[in-house]
Design a protein around this ligand. Structure first.
Ligand code: HEC
Ligand code: HEC
Ligand code: HEC
Ligand code: HEC
Length: 203
């Protein structure tokens, strides 16, 4: 990428980092909203580009909302002073896209947009994809709210996204310090997703 591109990506990166939590004000002052996994599935459920939806569906992230209905969750919630974990922002914050604030995503678990950014301004093909010039398409997407987490250049932003939820201190963290350490996501896992999470495009 040329120098101009790097400066641009840096600027976008900063704006985007500030908007992680709300998904609101993004680069270019576009107010992007979460649209939900089903919108992405329309295309990313297709085998011709690698069916990223299928990989996500069988990953723990798609179960992150349902897990709030288990007995274990009730127990954790009780200790945290939470009556109904699947309604409470204290749990939804990390167990669904957009922290339970957006109707479209409040029960989908950790969906595409939790990691890729709110999609209302980039979900259309012409706003984020191109078979001829992927680089420019991605740049356009990032200017419209997609988080710049792809490839080697995206490692820092990616780490921030993952660690936004994968914190040592959370209501559901194991109390055993050894187990807590074991659960900590390593940078190498973040940089090179395990097969269970890997969902690259078919080229
Ligand atoms: C209208 C179809 C369509 C929809 C809807 C769609 N995508 Fe895509 N997306 C594509 C295609 C096609 C590609 C690129 C294929 C290629 O380059 O081979 C792509 C590429 C991507 C990429 C790679 C980076 C880039 O910008 O090229 C990401 C990440 C992505 N999509 C995420 C999403 C997310 C998240 C959603 C839902 C909010 C979504 N897409 C909705 C068709 C779609
Ligand atoms: C700061 C983010 C965050 C918050 C807030 C949060 N969780 Fe979690 N939760 C996670 C992450 C990340 C994991 C997966 C960690 C892992 O398995 O390494 C997880 C895992 C779990 C699991 C599976 C645990 C296991 O050991 O298999 C349960 C159950 C759970 N959370 C319940 C809750 C409940 C109930 C609340 C609210 C009282 C809550 N969580 C709040 C981030 C969070
Ligand atoms: C837990 C976070 C997370 C979730 C959830 C997630 N992704 Fe991704 N996605 C990533 C990361 C990180 C990469 C980059 C992987 C790499 O570069 O090796 C990626 C890569 C991609 C790519 C490939 C880009 C390329 O150039 O190969 C597409 C397309 C994509 N994601 C679409 C989706 C769709 C659609 C969903 C929902 C069905 C989804 N993602 C859910 C984190 C996530
Ligand atoms: C919005 C919050 C959120 C984000 C962002 C997020 N995760 Fe998670 N992740 C969770 C929750 C919650 C679970 C537990 C789901 C369950 O057990 O049902 C989980 C589970 C996992 C697991 C399985 C842990 C286990 O031992 O079972 C791995 C691995 C993981 N995430 C890696 C990542 C990586 C890598 C990223 C960044 C690319 C990421 N996550 C981004 C919330 C998040």
């Amino acid at each position: 990428m040329k120098v101009k591109g790097i400066i641009f990506a840096g600027a976008v990166c900063l704006c985007v980092l500030f908007s992680f939590i709300t998904g609101d004000e993004v680069a270019g002052r576009i107010r992007a909203q979460f649209v939900g996994v089903d919108v992405c599935k329309n295309c990313h459920g297709s085998e011709s580009i690698g069916n990223q939806y299928r990989v996500w569906r069988s990953s723990p992230h798609s179960n992150a909302f349902l897990v709030l209905r288990t007995g274990k969750s009730r127990e954790i919630a009780k200790n945290a002073g939470v009556a109904e974990p699947y309604y409470d922002r204290k749990c939804l914050k990390c167990h669904t896209t957009g922290g339970g604030r957006t109707e479209a995503t409040k029960d989908e678990g950790v969906g595409c947009e939790a990691c890729h950014g709110p999609g209302s301004e980039y979900f259309e093909f012409s706003n984020h994809a191109s078979y001829l010039d992927r680089e420019s398409a991605y740049r356009k997407a990032v200017s419209r709210g997609m988080y710049p987490i792809l490839g080697v250049k995206g490692i820092k932003a990616r780490e921030r996204v993952c660690r936004h939820c994968h914190l040592d201190e959370r209501p559901c963290a194991p109390s055993d310090p050894e187990e807590k350490k074991r659960r900590r996501l390593s940078l190498s896992l973040i940089a090179d997703l395990p097969p269970m999470l890997k969902h690259t495009l078919r080229r």
